[in-house]
Design a protein around this ligand. Structure first.
Ligand code: GTP
Length: 161
């Protein structure tokens, strides 16, 4: 089993992160997808939380990989081509823990939709701000080391261009 990094999230909850394998659960209930469309990152504008990579909950009897494709489509209208596993993390909140798979996705095409559920739909950005942790436009999901550690993996792997 690879190394597990521990740190705190934006709200002070403890996070354990593995950037290889799925050490916390074979059936995680959440997914998070770092999406690339041509030379840009594809985010969604969540109605309450702000800009974030899309993701959400795995449905009963759904595979996490399928949930990743579904959530990205629902929140952005984007259809994923190649989907790569990056790792998994666990957040220990006061009352509950959640376990989330992290993916890197290459987007094939984007379809405009009338509704994007809890989000305002797709947003494209060439470069994420260095000051993302204090940038109020961005969701708390983007403000801990899960993002930076995942980005390190993505830029070091062959699938990044
Ligand atoms: P919705 O169904 O999206 O309204 O959310 P919920 O309130 O049911 O929360 P969910 O089960 O998605 O997550 C429970 C708690 O876990 C959240 O309130 C967050 O504090 C935390 N959480 C969820 N996802 C993440 C994440 O990706 N990173 C961090 N750091 N915390 C998370």
């Amino acid at each position: 089993m690879g190394e597990i990094k521990t740190f705190h999230d934006f709200y002070g909850n403890r996070v354990s992160l593995a950037v290889a394998g799925y050490p916390f659960s074979e059936h995680p209930k959440h997914v998070w997808v770092i999406c690339r469309f041509h030379e840009q990152w594809l985010l969604t504008l969540h109605s309450r939380r702000g800009l974030e990579f899309p993701g959400g909950k795995v449905e009963k009897s759904e595979h996490a990989d399928d949930a990743a494709r579904r959530e990205v489509e629902e929140e952005t209208g984007a259809h994923i081509g190649r989907l790569f596993p990056i790792g998994q993390y666990r957040v220990d909140g006061r009352n509950e823990s959640i376990i989330k798979n992290i993916y890197y996705a290459e987007i094939d095409r984007i379809e405009l939709k009338n509704s994007y559920l809890e989000t305002r739909g797709p947003r494209f950005i060439s470069r994420l701000p260095d000051s993302i942790a204090t940038d109020r436009r961005y969701s708390f999901l983007m403000k801990d080391r899960v993002l930076s550690e995942s980005m390190k993996v993505i830029s070091s792997e062959q699938f990044s261009r």
